[in-house]
Ligand binder design. Structure first.
Ligand code: PLP
Length: 438
């Protein structure tokens, strides 16, 4: 009875983010989760699933960590909130900013805190543009971003998102965003030439495109991008909202490419979802330039920038990631996961290309493995629905004619649990294949 009541209240009062709204209104929530432990989630009916997405690519240290609650409680009991505006500060925010400077690539040295990835992206675009105003180059305002990219849902972040359906959701966007082909540095160069380098503030990219379908750039791509940004005097921004904090087997995704950006957005894994926090790191040079050229106030700030509880939770999260060697583990378990995908490719006739970087992976579904021909209607959503019934939560990507399964389990996953995921995938894909391979 209680469960039924909750379902009815959900239908009536809860407008879900990124939801199939008709289905939601008709059938209510598919899961009401009440508990989490490691890689497992349990719903209100006692049904258990493997959280193959780390919820939203973010629960890196896994569910149910009591020490995180303890840290939050301690901080909230002492000081739940105080402002970081102007010259006010607090201990956890200072310590976290220093810690991030320590672990971030190269010369990234100062952090502006936000409450999530979308705010981080909007912040990065504004700071980049403000930087050029201060440098006496106010015409440099365009942001170049990539097709298939996802940067969030705030107005700037939506406008920067290459995946068109997210932009088509609304009928007016922020101006001065331009979309360049995914992993071609030559296309970037051509666009800069076409638009004029003196009108461009920055280029932004995810080190591995997440929501767009886990697309991994060629080895030399980001090095070429870095060179191009330097050549044409634009800022390079990486969006590490998913790829940060161990997800790909390095602290930050861009480390695979041995490149240092000028600015870096982060969120999600910085707290593993135990609190709402994100931020933008800027280079030491930018930080010094801000101080040197700015005569007024940095007129950008969120109430919750530097939230003490969220920052204390982040510090504990980073301590866990490091003390439990979760970054190495992501690399090792990522290799296991990819090996599992390759086995599926052999055993299942509808599995096409597979790929993974650390614990961020994708399986493409095809009608014909030899020709790569796709099904008329994508089958990935069916696989996702079937997998959930068999105890595994993953995601499908059908943008741009893709028919892809993506997954990103918590970094604490062990070999047995990876095998369990692969077994469920094999059973699910077989079941779907029988229905559709005709
Ligand atoms: N940037 C990237 C690369 C993301 O994957 C996401 C969310 O998935 C965001 C930004 C937006 O973050 P948030 O949902 O915390 O606003």
């Amino acid at each position: 009875q209680y469960i039924h009541e909750l379902e009815e209240l959900d239908k009536k009062h809860f407008l879900h983010p990124t939801s199939p709204i008709q289905q939601q209104q008709q059938h209510g929530p598919s899961f009401i989760f009440t508990k989490g432990e490691g890689v497992m989630l349990e719903d209100i009916k006692g049904y258990k699933v493997i959280d193959g997405m780390s919820s939203l690519w973010n629960v890196n240290i896994g569910h149910g960590r009591e020490e995180m609650g303890k840290v939050a409680l301690e901080q909230m009991s002492k000081l739940a909130f105080s402002s970081c505006f102007a010259t006010f500060s607090n201990e956890p925010a200072i310590k976290l900013a220093a810690k991030l400077a320590d672990v971030a690539p190269g010369h990234l040295s100062a952090t502006f805190f936000t409450s999530g990835g979308s705010e981080s992206n909007d912040t990065a675009y504004k700071l980049a543009r403000h930087y050029w105003i201060l440098k006496g180059l106010p015409k440099k305002k365009k942001i170049i971003t990539r097709t298939k990219s996802y940067h969030g849902v705030a107005m700037g972040a939506t406008s920067a998102t290459g995946l068109k359906p997210f932009r088509d959701f609304t009928n007016s966007l922020a101006p001065d965003f331009h979309y360049v082909e995914n992993t071609s540095s030559e296309a970037l160069r051509q666009m800069i030439e076409l638009e004029g380098p003196d009108t461009i503030a920055a280029f932004v990219a995810e080190p591995v495109q997440g929501a767009g379908g886990v697309h991994i750039a060629p080895d030399n791509y980001f090095k070429e991008v870095r060179d191009i940004c330097d050549e044409y005097n634009l800022l390079m921004i990486t969006d590490e909202v998913i790829t940060g904090f161990g997800r790909t087997g390095t602290y930050f995704g861009i480390e695979h490419y041995d490149v240092v950006p000028d600015m870096m957005c982060f969120a999600k894994g910085v707290t593993s979802g135990y609190a709402q926090l994100g931020g933008v790191m800027i280079s030491e040079r930018m930080h010094q330039d801000f101080a040197k050229h700015s005569t007024g106030t940095l007129l950008h700030g969120y109430t919750y920038s530097g939230h003490p509880m969220a920052c204390s939770v982040a510090l504990k999260n980073l301590e866990i990631i490091e003390s439990e060697n979760l970054i190495d583990r992501a690399k090792q378990m990522g290799a296991e996961m990819l090996a599992g995908f390759k086995a599926l490719q052999k055993s299942q006739s509808i599995v096409g290309e597979v790929r993974a970087l650390g614990l961020m992976g994708a399986i493409e579904l095809v009608k014909d493995q030899d020709t790569n021909e796709r099904f008329q209607e994508p089958v990935a959503p069916l696989v996702v629905a079937e997998a959930a019934k068999r105890g595994l939560v993953i995601r499908s990507v059908v943008f741009d004619g893709q028919d892809t399964l993506v997954m990103a389990p918590p970094l604490v996953i062990n070999k047995e649990e990876i095998n369990q995921m692969i077994t469920i995938l094999a059973e699910t894909i077989s079941a779907v294949e029988i229905t559709y391979k005709k």
